[in-house]
Ligand binder design. Sequence first.
Ligand SMILES: Cc1ncc(COP(=O)(O)O)c(C=O)c1O
Length: 476
Amino acid sequence: MMQQAFSDVVGSATSPKKLINLLRGWPNTTLLPTSLLDKASHNVLTSKDEGIPAMLYGKDPGDPRLRTNVASWLTKFYQPPNPIADQRITITGGASQNLACLLQVFTDPVYTRNVWIVSPAYMLAFRIFDDGGFQRKLRAIPEDDQGIDIEYLRGEIRKSEEKAKADGNNEPLIKPTRPWSKIYRHVIYAVPTFSNPSFKTMTLRRREELVRLAREYDALIITDDVYDFLQWPASLSAQKLSLEKTALPRIVDVDRYLDGGAEREGADGFGNSCSNGSFSKICGPGLRTGWCEGTNKFAFGVSQAGSSHSGGAPSQLTATFLAEALEHGELQRYVYDVLQPSYGKRYQRTMTAINKELVPLGVDVPQTDREVVGGYFIWLTLPGSLKGAVVAQRAKDDENVVVAQGEMFEVPGDTERAGTHFNAVRVCFAWEEEEMLDEGIERLARVIRTLLDEQHTGDDSHSEQRATRESAKDFW
Ligand SMILES: Cc1ncc(COP(=O)(O)O)c(C=O)c1O
């Protein structure tokens, strides 16, 4: 049977209205730097020195030139107290691929007690954790307006430690001890900056508290820092939408300097955090290339995953193209001159419509006092206890606009406690044509208004039925 394309599945089959897709978290195709990559790949493939190694097996930690160029780009962007050395970087097949490698190298599905996931969470990570053997060990950690709820996490980790003690779970059972790795007792997964889906940025204070907590309980904090470069001033009247430097250090930067850093005396040198970076959102997801930063020891460890040790780091060929694109600052300029202003304009248009159409209906947007925003997504908390699944279904059926329902981002198996269940929808302003973004929000407002009216008149039974019948069917 022929497989249906994504575009054939999404949207209403019967609506006369043009589909508006605020669900898909991909870059708009006009923003793909195709000619930049064309030039970079041509330069690589026509040079004997670059082209031949590019086509062969590579080194375990990845293409050396890309490691150097990524390290110096990150140093300029994050401005850590000391430059980022190449040895802190391992080239990966992107954030998703590397999450799997991290679990292979640094966790044991029995000894590692739990995976603590800041919630709402990037839903496609769930299966990666399942594959790592953590299906029954996923726990949701709520956020407030500052980010992760540290005290809640501390309390839950303590309970988890007590249970491990009672069970006699004292050492790794399944994973052998290897000189290049260690097995952590806990994993914490977060998207601290311009989060997918919550749109929030974790404050510096919370980042520091989280690092201290991770050190106390031998936890590895894995952050997907895939949206950091896509940032601009939050003001909706800002004219200049490019920002060369980050406003906040990553958690991996905090772990590097806080209280003597990850390589302080007495520490084992692996650190308690690592950062998954990716070229998916700044160049194109088809490249399947990214990087992982951690301490030298940690970065080497992840490069020793069996799948990298056999044949070298993934995405060797595209890694060499990206090394070339960064070498003379072209990709960096593309991010600054094209991507930040383009996504910034799309954000301004979407947010202006949200303020006009949705906020008066009681829809809530998080962290409205920020100076810098970014990423691909805006998280909208719904009024009147409306369910995300109901709103998404009606939006699709009645208005042919697709959005992601908040329920998709709940951590499987942990949705009952306060702060783990969401009456919300996520909208993406990166994929849809820019001119359609405000109309998408207007259509969504019509749906919410109608549902609120139905709630008031007590006529909301058919919406519930439709949502439970069809929810999540068409959404990835
Ligand atoms: C938080 C987060 N992590 C990871 C990814 C996927 O990254 P990659 O394409 O590098 O695997 C995405 C893409 O949507 C994302 O939003």
